[in-house]
Design a protein around this ligand. Structure first.
Ligand code: 13P
Length: 249
Protein backbone atom coordinates (compact mmCIF):
# COMPACT_ATOMS: atom_id res chain seq x y z
CA UNK A 1 0.00 0.00 0.00
CA UNK A 2 1.21 3.47 -0.81
CA UNK A 3 2.40 5.48 2.12
CA UNK A 4 0.18 8.41 3.03
CA UNK A 5 2.06 11.69 3.11
CA UNK A 6 2.45 13.45 6.43
CA UNK A 7 2.95 17.18 6.43
CA UNK A 8 3.65 18.70 9.82
CA UNK A 9 4.27 22.21 11.00
CA UNK A 10 6.76 22.79 13.79
CA UNK A 11 5.83 26.10 15.33
CA UNK A 12 8.93 26.10 17.60
CA UNK A 13 8.73 28.88 20.27
CA UNK A 14 6.15 30.96 18.42
CA UNK A 15 2.49 31.83 19.04
CA UNK A 16 0.85 32.65 22.36
CA UNK A 17 -2.32 30.67 23.11
CA UNK A 18 -4.57 33.35 21.63
CA UNK A 19 -2.33 33.73 18.58
CA UNK A 20 -2.39 29.94 18.16
CA UNK A 21 -6.19 29.90 18.02
CA UNK A 22 -6.22 32.78 15.51
CA UNK A 23 -3.63 31.03 13.31
CA UNK A 24 -5.60 27.77 13.29
CA UNK A 25 -8.79 29.67 12.43
CA UNK A 26 -6.93 31.28 9.53
CA UNK A 27 -5.25 28.10 8.25
CA UNK A 28 -8.01 25.55 8.69
CA UNK A 29 -9.79 26.21 5.39
CA UNK A 30 -6.42 26.21 3.59
CA UNK A 31 -5.09 22.86 4.82
CA UNK A 32 -8.05 20.70 3.88
CA UNK A 33 -6.89 17.54 2.06
CA UNK A 34 -7.55 13.78 2.00
CA UNK A 35 -4.14 12.99 0.61
CA UNK A 36 -1.95 13.79 3.58
CA UNK A 37 -2.03 13.71 7.35
CA UNK A 38 -1.79 17.30 8.53
CA UNK A 39 -0.20 17.90 11.92
CA UNK A 40 0.48 21.15 13.78
CA UNK A 41 3.18 20.65 16.41
CA UNK A 42 2.71 23.49 18.84
CA UNK A 43 4.24 24.80 22.09
CA UNK A 44 2.99 22.92 25.17
CA UNK A 45 0.91 25.82 26.44
CA UNK A 46 -0.90 26.03 23.10
CA UNK A 47 -1.86 22.36 22.94
CA UNK A 48 -5.23 22.54 24.70
CA UNK A 49 -6.57 25.65 22.93
CA UNK A 50 -5.16 24.33 19.62
CA UNK A 51 -6.99 21.01 20.01
CA UNK A 52 -10.18 22.90 20.74
CA UNK A 53 -9.70 25.18 17.73
CA UNK A 54 -8.92 22.23 15.43
CA UNK A 55 -11.99 20.18 16.44
CA UNK A 56 -13.99 19.00 13.43
CA UNK A 57 -11.11 19.68 11.01
CA UNK A 58 -8.46 17.41 9.50
CA UNK A 59 -5.76 19.10 11.60
CA UNK A 60 -4.13 16.92 14.25
CA UNK A 61 -2.20 18.52 17.07
CA UNK A 62 1.29 17.37 18.02
CA UNK A 63 3.76 18.35 20.73
CA UNK A 64 7.29 19.61 20.15
CA UNK A 65 8.84 17.64 22.98
CA UNK A 66 8.12 15.49 26.04
CA UNK A 67 10.06 13.92 28.88
CA UNK A 68 10.90 10.22 29.16
CA UNK A 69 9.78 9.72 32.77
CA UNK A 70 6.22 8.93 33.82
CA UNK A 71 5.79 11.63 36.46
CA UNK A 72 7.45 13.21 39.47
CA UNK A 73 10.07 15.75 40.39
CA UNK A 74 11.07 17.01 36.94
CA UNK A 75 10.21 20.69 37.15
CA UNK A 76 9.14 22.19 33.88
CA UNK A 77 8.77 18.95 31.94
CA UNK A 78 5.70 17.51 30.21
CA UNK A 79 4.91 13.80 30.51
CA UNK A 80 3.61 11.52 27.77
CA UNK A 81 0.42 10.85 29.78
CA UNK A 82 -0.26 14.60 29.89
CA UNK A 83 0.00 14.78 26.11
CA UNK A 84 -2.25 11.76 25.59
CA UNK A 85 -4.86 13.06 28.03
CA UNK A 86 -4.93 16.38 26.18
CA UNK A 87 -5.61 14.58 22.89
CA UNK A 88 -2.15 14.73 21.31
CA UNK A 89 -1.23 12.02 18.78
CA UNK A 90 2.25 13.03 17.57
CA UNK A 91 5.35 14.28 19.33
CA UNK A 92 8.55 15.61 17.82
CA UNK A 93 11.55 13.92 19.41
CA UNK A 94 15.18 15.03 19.20
CA UNK A 95 14.88 18.12 17.03
CA UNK A 96 18.35 19.52 16.33
CA UNK A 97 17.48 22.65 18.31
CA UNK A 98 16.78 20.50 21.35
CA UNK A 99 20.03 18.63 20.81
CA UNK A 100 21.98 21.88 20.46
CA UNK A 101 20.38 24.10 23.13
CA UNK A 102 18.99 21.56 25.60
CA UNK A 103 21.68 18.90 25.55
CA UNK A 104 19.57 16.11 24.10
CA UNK A 105 21.57 13.14 22.91
CA UNK A 106 20.90 10.05 20.83
CA UNK A 107 20.45 8.20 24.13
CA UNK A 108 17.79 10.57 25.51
CA UNK A 109 16.13 10.52 22.12
CA UNK A 110 15.93 6.73 22.34
CA UNK A 111 14.40 6.90 25.84
CA UNK A 112 11.80 9.39 24.64
CA UNK A 113 10.98 7.33 21.56
CA UNK A 114 10.39 4.22 23.68
CA UNK A 115 8.23 6.18 26.12
CA UNK A 116 6.20 7.76 23.35
CA UNK A 117 5.39 4.32 21.89
CA UNK A 118 4.55 2.97 25.33
CA UNK A 119 1.84 5.63 25.56
CA UNK A 120 0.56 5.22 22.02
CA UNK A 121 2.04 8.48 20.75
CA UNK A 122 3.61 8.58 17.30
CA UNK A 123 7.12 10.03 17.52
CA UNK A 124 8.43 12.25 14.75
CA UNK A 125 12.08 11.37 15.21
CA UNK A 126 14.52 14.00 13.96
CA UNK A 127 17.96 13.41 12.54
CA UNK A 128 20.32 15.51 10.48
CA UNK A 129 23.92 16.46 9.84
CA UNK A 130 25.80 19.72 10.32
CA UNK A 131 27.44 21.55 7.45
CA UNK A 132 30.86 20.36 8.64
CA UNK A 133 29.72 16.76 8.62
CA UNK A 134 28.32 17.15 5.11
CA UNK A 135 31.56 18.73 3.91
CA UNK A 136 33.55 15.91 5.50
CA UNK A 137 31.48 13.35 3.59
CA UNK A 138 30.19 11.62 6.71
CA UNK A 139 26.49 12.51 6.38
CA UNK A 140 25.19 8.99 5.78
CA UNK A 141 27.35 7.41 8.51
CA UNK A 142 26.19 10.04 10.97
CA UNK A 143 22.51 9.65 10.12
CA UNK A 144 22.72 5.86 10.29
CA UNK A 145 24.18 6.14 13.77
CA UNK A 146 21.44 8.54 14.90
CA UNK A 147 18.77 6.20 13.54
CA UNK A 148 20.27 3.04 15.01
CA UNK A 149 20.45 4.55 18.49
CA UNK A 150 17.01 6.19 18.27
CA UNK A 151 15.48 2.79 17.42
CA UNK A 152 17.27 0.66 20.05
CA UNK A 153 14.72 -1.74 21.58
CA UNK A 154 11.93 -0.40 19.36
CA UNK A 155 9.89 -3.29 17.92
CA UNK A 156 9.21 -3.69 14.21
CA UNK A 157 5.51 -3.04 14.79
CA UNK A 158 6.31 0.22 16.56
CA UNK A 159 8.91 1.24 13.99
CA UNK A 160 6.41 0.78 11.20
CA UNK A 161 4.19 3.50 12.64
CA UNK A 162 7.01 5.94 13.40
CA UNK A 163 7.79 9.06 11.44
CA UNK A 164 11.39 10.10 10.79
CA UNK A 165 12.23 13.68 9.89
CA UNK A 166 15.48 14.20 8.03
CA UNK A 167 16.49 17.78 8.71
CA UNK A 168 19.97 18.86 7.63
CA UNK A 169 20.96 21.41 10.27
CA UNK A 170 22.44 23.75 7.68
CA UNK A 171 19.07 23.96 5.93
CA UNK A 172 17.02 24.85 9.02
CA UNK A 173 15.83 28.45 9.11
CA UNK A 174 18.50 29.45 6.62
CA UNK A 175 16.43 29.59 3.44
CA UNK A 176 19.01 27.13 2.11
CA UNK A 177 16.91 24.12 1.17
CA UNK A 178 18.73 20.88 0.39
CA UNK A 179 18.58 19.92 -3.26
CA UNK A 180 16.00 17.27 -4.07
CA UNK A 181 18.87 14.89 -4.86
CA UNK A 182 20.51 15.48 -1.47
CA UNK A 183 17.20 15.09 0.37
CA UNK A 184 16.19 11.96 -1.56
CA UNK A 185 19.64 10.38 -1.14
CA UNK A 186 19.56 10.66 2.64
CA UNK A 187 15.89 9.67 2.97
CA UNK A 188 16.63 6.56 0.86
CA UNK A 189 19.60 5.77 3.10
CA UNK A 190 17.38 6.10 6.18
CA UNK A 191 14.84 3.70 4.65
CA UNK A 192 17.65 1.27 3.82
CA UNK A 193 18.89 1.48 7.41
CA UNK A 194 15.39 0.71 8.73
CA UNK A 195 15.32 -2.20 6.26
CA UNK A 196 18.55 -3.57 7.74
CA UNK A 197 17.17 -3.25 11.26
CA UNK A 198 13.63 -4.54 10.67
CA UNK A 199 13.24 -5.93 7.17
CA UNK A 200 11.66 -4.78 3.95
CA UNK A 201 8.04 -4.51 5.15
CA UNK A 202 8.87 -2.08 7.93
CA UNK A 203 11.12 -0.08 5.63
CA UNK A 204 8.29 0.18 3.11
CA UNK A 205 5.80 1.30 5.75
CA UNK A 206 7.73 3.89 7.75
CA UNK A 207 7.21 7.51 6.77
CA UNK A 208 10.19 9.78 6.24
CA UNK A 209 9.87 13.55 6.04
CA UNK A 210 12.26 16.16 4.81
CA UNK A 211 12.65 19.38 6.83
CA UNK A 212 14.72 22.50 6.35
CA UNK A 213 13.46 25.67 4.67
CA UNK A 214 10.55 23.87 2.99
CA UNK A 215 8.45 26.43 1.12
CA UNK A 216 5.46 26.46 -1.20
CA UNK A 217 7.87 26.52 -4.12
CA UNK A 218 10.23 23.73 -3.00
CA UNK A 219 7.58 21.34 -1.61
CA UNK A 220 6.22 19.87 -4.88
CA UNK A 221 9.57 18.58 -6.10
CA UNK A 222 10.74 17.41 -2.68
CA UNK A 223 7.51 15.54 -1.91
CA UNK A 224 7.54 13.86 -5.32
CA UNK A 225 10.72 11.96 -4.45
CA UNK A 226 10.38 8.21 -3.98
CA UNK A 227 11.52 8.18 -0.34
CA UNK A 228 10.18 11.54 0.86
CA UNK A 229 6.77 11.15 2.46
CA UNK A 230 6.12 14.76 3.33
CA UNK A 231 7.75 17.48 5.34
CA UNK A 232 8.43 18.99 8.74
CA UNK A 233 7.98 22.68 8.18
CA UNK A 234 9.20 25.48 10.44
CA UNK A 235 8.84 29.10 9.36
CA UNK A 236 6.39 28.48 6.52
CA UNK A 237 3.98 26.62 8.83
CA UNK A 238 3.11 29.94 10.51
CA UNK A 239 1.89 31.47 7.30
CA UNK A 240 -0.80 30.96 4.71
CA UNK A 241 1.92 29.30 2.64
CA UNK A 242 1.37 26.21 4.76
CA UNK A 243 -1.89 25.67 2.90
CA UNK A 244 0.02 25.60 -0.38
CA UNK A 245 2.58 23.20 1.08
CA UNK A 246 -0.15 20.83 2.26
CA UNK A 247 -1.86 21.03 -1.15
CA UNK A 248 1.44 20.86 -3.00
CA UNK A 249 0.20 18.93 -6.02
P1 13P B 1 12.45 25.86 8.72
O1 13P B 1 11.36 25.31 7.84
O2 13P B 1 12.09 27.19 9.34
O3 13P B 1 13.79 25.84 8.06
O4 13P B 1 12.55 24.86 9.98
C1 13P B 1 12.68 23.51 9.74
C2 13P B 1 12.53 22.80 11.02
O5 13P B 1 13.39 22.86 11.88
C3 13P B 1 11.30 22.04 11.23
O6 13P B 1 11.41 21.22 12.36
Amino acid sequence: MARKKIIAGNWKMNMTPSEAVALIEKLKPLVVTDEADVVFCVPAIDIIPAIEAAKGTNIQIGAENMYFEEKGAFTGEISPAMLVDAGVKYVIIGHSERREYFAETDETVNKKVLKAFEHGLTPIICCGESLTQREQGITIDWIRQQIKIAFLNVTAQQAESAVIAYEPIWAIGTGKVATTEQAQEVCAAIRACIGELYGADTAAAIRIQYGGSVSASSAPELFAQADIDGGLVGGASLKEDFGKIVNYK
